[in-house]
Design a protein around this ligand. Structure first.
Ligand code: ZN
Length: 76
């Protein structure tokens, strides 16, 4: 019986680790896709955004999403 409990704890620990890892995934790790991540304008080479304004706009929105998520998880 104690084996079963240990197993269950291990599983939930593993689940938590993965959830934490997914949550920590760096926001900036974007792959260039020949398009601006903010407005879908075509961009050259390995640029992620068409200009600084788009990058700032996108970062601002990402920050807000993260902020919301952190408030939500903190309340539970
Ligand atoms: Zn753009």
């Amino acid at each position: 019986m104690s084996d079963e409990v240990d197993q269950a704890q291990e599983m939930s620990q593993d689940f938590c680790d993965r959830a934490i890892e997914a949550n920590r995934r760096p926001i900036r790790k974007l792959q260039p896709r020949q398009k601006c991540y903010n407005c879908d304008t075509a961009v050259e080479g390995n640029r992620l955004f068409c200009d600084d304004e788009c990058r700032e706009d996108w970062e601002f929105r990402m920050t807000r999403v993260r902020g919301k998520y952190e408030v939500f998880s903190g309340a539970s």
